[in-house]
Design a protein around this ligand. Sequence first.
Ligand code: ZN
Length: 195
Amino acid sequence: MQIVPYPHPALRWKSVPVTEINEYLRTTIRKMFDLMYEAKGIGLAANQVALPWRFFIINLTGDPAEVHEELVFINPEIVKRKGTVEDEEGCLSFPKFYGQVRRAEEIVVEAFDLQGQGFQMKLDDLPSRAIQHETDHLDGVLFTDRMSDELKLQYAPILQDFEATYRKQQELDLFPSDDVIKQELARLEAGPPRP
Ligand code: ZN
């Protein structure tokens, strides 16, 4: 498992709902937390590790020692948004790239935790921003899509650099072709691999 960079096709995949909370999912989530900490992130969505299921993880402290700050959002839905606020964002799929993004100021999110328990949270500030960013991932939406037209234009060369780097990695077989990746995502949609 690895965090995939833009423009890996998984990042544009619209995730399918999780239908079963099992050992495979728990193991996957543990691996994702480890990867997220290693990359110094605070949130990671399933499609950022090339998995097509609707869940993401968060630890806003980014500190592996703060285990009680770890949150898992399974089948999340943002059911309410209020106000707007702009702030800087980054993304583990765009290493070292940051930009201003306008988001709802306050949200209400509903999801299930790893015990299958439904919960609801009303959030603002960083938690609100992080959860909007991660929920977008699950819909195949990236933070660059949410930037102003002016910023999109300004950052176009940076995105082209990400693209060129990724295509080079594909040529070196560090990633399969887009078609092969999409076939694998479609296959995984049916359910996790069985032993
Ligand atoms: Zn991201």
